[in-house]
Design a protein around this ligand. Structure first.
Ligand code: SAH
Ligand code: SF4
Ligand code: F3S
Length: 471
């Protein structure tokens, strides 16, 4: 048994790491043939992509996926810790699984992902959730086959969580959810320690994948017919800093753009180290999509300082203006937290005015959620939750207004759309534009799923656009 140690997770030291090749233990290959698994994923794209690896590992053990968790022999929750409601969702699901296990004694239940890295969660599982068969963390996902095998074979609870990052493992098997769009990790972990955020404790310090490993993966995706890659990291702008003196995200974007994949996206960019050379590369290469997620979190420099974000309202706006003026037709989206401890009405009004100025194309807005062990927990917070919720609503009214206003400007324009499927009502195709707008469109001719087509925009909505195939 290995329990997570929060003290160790909180240390900021950068450790040496090796890159190692994954090897599947052949003795347990297909050992569980005939058994079914259900995997539930919470949280961000990082977790979604981890789940693509987890699925492939389970399939190598012989398991087959089922959609209905009640029909599964093994249910695994890949969890998220970012806000309290993500926590509550996973614990709620564990409650349902407890009932299911009363009827199905042999049901195997596992928990992994970011919540597994939290000492208090693991303590709670040891105390109150004895029916959970196994727990592993974000740093040892590659050990999943042996952990599950051990849990089943010995019928004992297996808790195996490393407190800090270990070696970087290449060559994990993957079953991708989408045949045209793929996630590619470029950097793991985060060194920023924003005062409200739990990610540095659950994902460890920044570790970049070697450029040759990333390029190899993208080349394979190109030859498999993929049209789009999204380069993933909690802070992709830090790519390369831990590995190279003279190779960074701008260089990597350029190298990937030259591989000829039609669409490249990346997320998430921290405004603090967004460089001019990145802006130039995005502007120069037509296959680097003109759509940037640039989380601002707050419009008040005072609150940004308390958040430990390392930029001010003014420097954010300077970067924002540079991006808007250099990259043609670029869209910018953001994340905003309201009700950070000590946020006054005046601070909040600064956030509202920044949102009015930036006219974002999309925004993910949240009420601050206290995460155990983060510095923000110690700050005085005297704003009632009701008031914070009202602020969220006021903010949403402003951002939504601009989603619609920006979309209206696109009526009559022709946008390139990567076609992902046919709507549930079967009367429209859907997909995303280069600028990451959801487009629904009609077509008299049959359109190939996975192709990029031109769509004439006819109608704007807040969250999407309607159109018809052009030509
Ligand atoms: N690495 C990304 C953020 C990943 S978390 C970045 O720095 O941009 C996604 C978003 O969740 C954050 O941008 C933030 O807006 C929100 N978030 C993180 N911690 C939170 C907390 N404790 N309460 C509320 N929202 C939070
Ligand atoms: Fe969290 Fe800040 Fe790191 Fe983003 S940059 S993951 S918000 S600590
Ligand atoms: Fe959640 Fe972990 Fe992602 S906390 S947002 S799943 S990195």
């Amino acid at each position: 048994m290995k329990l997570p140690d929060y003290k160790e997770a909180r240390t900021r030291d950068i450790r040496e790491y090796k890159t190692v090749e994954f090897k599947f233990d052949n003795k347990i290959k297909n050992k569980y043939k005939g058994m079914k698994f259900h995997l539930k994923t919470y949280g961000c794209q990082m977790n979604e992509h981890d789940s693509e690896n987890i699925k492939a590992l389970l399939v190598s053990l012989g398991f087959e996926e089922v959609e209905d968790y009640e029909k599964a022999d093994l249910v695994l929750l890949n969890t998220c810790s970012i806000r309290e409601n993500a926590h509550n969702k996973a614990f709620g699901m564990l409650g349902r699984l407890k009932h299911l296990k009363m009827e199905k004694k042999d049901l195997i239940i596992g928990l992994c992902g970011c919540m597994a890295q939290e000492a208090s969660v693991v303590e709670e599982i040891l105390r109150d959730y004895k029916f959970v068969n196994f727990v592993f963390g974000t740093h040892n996902m590659y050990q999943l086959p042996n952990i599950i095998d051990e849990a089943i074979k010995t019928n004992t609870q297996q808790i195996e969580v490393l407190s800090r990052e270990a070696d970087l493992v290449e060559g994990l098997p993957v079953i991708r959810t989408n045949n045209y769009k793929a996630f590619v990790n470029i950097i793991y972990g985060c060194n920023k320690f924003c005062t409200y955020c739990i990610v540095p404790y659950t994902r460890g310090r920044e570790r970049s994948r070697r450029r040759e490993d990333i390029i190899k993966e993208v080349k394979e995706l190109v030859s498999d017919g993929y049209k789009e890659v999204t380069l993933l990291g909690q802070n992709v702008n830090a790519y390369g800093k831990d590995l190279y003196d003279d190779y960074n995200l701008a260089n990597l974007l350029e190298d990937i753009a030259n591989l000829g994949i039609p669409r490249i996206r990346f997320t998430t960019s921290h405004p603090w180290d967004f460089t001019d050379s990145m802006i130039d590369v995005i502007a120069k290469y037509p296959n680097v999509m003109p759509s940037i997620h640039l989380p601002v979190q707050s419009g008040s420099s005072r609150i940004l300082k308390l958040m430990g974000r390392r930029y001010t309202r003014e420097s954010y706006l300077e970067l924002f203006n540079k991006i808007k003026s250099t990259i043609p037709c670029v869209t910018v989206s953001t994340d905003i937290i309201v009700g950070f401890p000590g946020e006054s009405e005046d601070d909040f009004l600064e956030t509202l005015s920044l949102a009015e100025y930036c006219k974002y194309d999309n925004a993910f807005t949240f009420v601050f959620s206290e995460r155990e062990g983060t510095p923000a927990c110690k700050l005085k917070d005297d704003t009632p939750l009701k008031e914070k919720e009202e602020r969220l609503q006021r903010l949403n009214e402003v951002v939504n207004k601009y989603f619609l206003e920006n979309n209206k400007k696109l009526v009559g324009k022709v946008l390139p759309v990567l076609v992902e499927g046919v709507s549930e009502k079967k009367d429209m195709y859907y997909g995303y534009s280069d600028t990451n707008k959801l487009i629904n469109f009609k077509s008299d001719k049959e359109v190939l799923i996975g192709s990029i087509v031109n769509v004439l925009i006819l109608e704007a909505k807040t969250w999407s656009l309607d159109g018809e195939l052009d030509g």
